[in-house]
Ligand binder design. Sequence first.
Ligand SMILES: Nc1nc2c(ncn2[C@@H]2O[C@H](COP(=O)(O)OP(=O)(O)OP(=O)(O)O)[C@@H](O)[C@H]2O)c(=O)[nH]1
Ligand SMILES: [Mg+2]
Length: 469
Amino acid sequence: MFSKEGKVLDLGSYRRFTFEECIQEKFNTFVLDEGGLSSPLSISLVIPTKFEPEGILEIEETTLHRILAECSELVDAGYLDEIIIMGATRDENGEPDFTILEKTVKIAYEELGLFREQVDLLNKYRSQKERAKRGLIDFFLKVIHQFDPNITKLLAKYGVFGVTGYFGVLPGKGSGLWLSVPLTRGDILCFVDADIMNFQKEFITGLCHPIIYSWNIQEAAIKLVKAYYTRLTVTKTDPQKVFLGGRICRLLAMPLLRSIVETFKLYLGLENMKYPLAGEFAVSRDTMEQLNFPNTYAIETSLLFQTYDLIGPTSIAQLDLDIYRHIGQRFERLENMAYQIVDFVFRLIDEKLGRPLTREEKEQLIVSYEENVTRLIDDYEKTASQIKEIEKNLLYSREDDLEKKKRLQQVIFEVLEGKSKEKRPRYFSYPSWRRINERTRNYFVLKEMLRRRCNQSTWSRLKECGLLS
Ligand SMILES: Nc1nc2c(ncn2[C@@H]2O[C@H](COP(=O)(O)OP(=O)(O)OP(=O)(O)O)[C@@H](O)[C@H]2O)c(=O)[nH]1
Ligand SMILES: [Mg+2]
């Protein structure tokens, strides 16, 4: 299971690992804890969630049910050691909306037996409930809001903002993932989006297994496994319609990545990444704690590039999850995502080269992107016709892809020429937790306190939704 050619290892289908084999391997792997004692390896699952201010739709709720029901099997088998749901939904006035997290704990209560038993125990024993109030009961599933003021206060108290240079937790998926690192305890962190309609527990075992398998091998150990798949997108407005999704990845990130490798000979080996923007990945804690986190949708691209710089392409693998059916967003929102990603990529290239791009390089890049994206659209047309055989409702239009490509090419052009600055969010990157620890020297205590707050937040949501008396 190792790459020997300086390339990202393509593991192929997630079905190649049996469930039993993954479970066994996990139980057979040990790590040294903070006190130097050999202990069984643990895995944390993080699910970032953000819904529209109008609230959670039925289709989104059903999806969360399914994800947690599948996870429940992993919990029962002893594979997953904790789950954190990182909320970020705000109401119409821009205030944190905790009602979504209340819904989430209700769903978790229904689907996760272990969590249900924990809650029932608190209702039975007053002393346990009092401990939970203080954050001393470690809930198996924890919910926390990215903008929870108690979290902000803690980060301020422990001097974190003195290192980040910004007071508070910014909006954006990247900030949410950054915050999830000290909240979790797993030696492996696994991330999955909350909108996967056909979620399967084997997605998680498949993503984590290669890291566990190579845990004790010094050379070429895999530290990051990213998913790839064919995205089928269901729209919120008409769930009967299915599109070939992943437009920003298919039509922007992939061709752009190939063009960057070709034009600048940077990040060689990443040109074969089949879904660089996948939000589904597993990573070793040690690696994650060394990475910086931009607060925008550039998060996936950034983590991938940084991991490459830190440990090289042979420590990265990709895994085929086959068909990924998810709830999509409107293209206008995706365009916003495109600005964030392109803006990040060109910042990084300038930084790598140590100078701004020349006119020739910019022109060469635009030409190369055009060639790559056109070639890929040919492939997409073929993929779509194959999928239509199993998914009769699939809608795919080459013209539509070409149209979107034009718009995305315009985004690249505008960013290269320094135009449309107002469409790009203020770029901000959170420093790695390792760096924060080097500066504050209190990471261990901070983690403990954050965990307490996360447990207290879960207790509050349980109380508000009536599951705790
Ligand atoms: N905590 C947190 N989660 C977020 C934020 N933005 C998005 N998410 C969640 O992160 C996951 C990915 O976000 P999406 O907006 O679906 O992005 P995407 O999957 O790249 O885009 P689509 O192809 O349209 O699905 C989902 O589970 C979101 O609910 C945020 O600001 N904070
Ligand atoms: Mg999504």
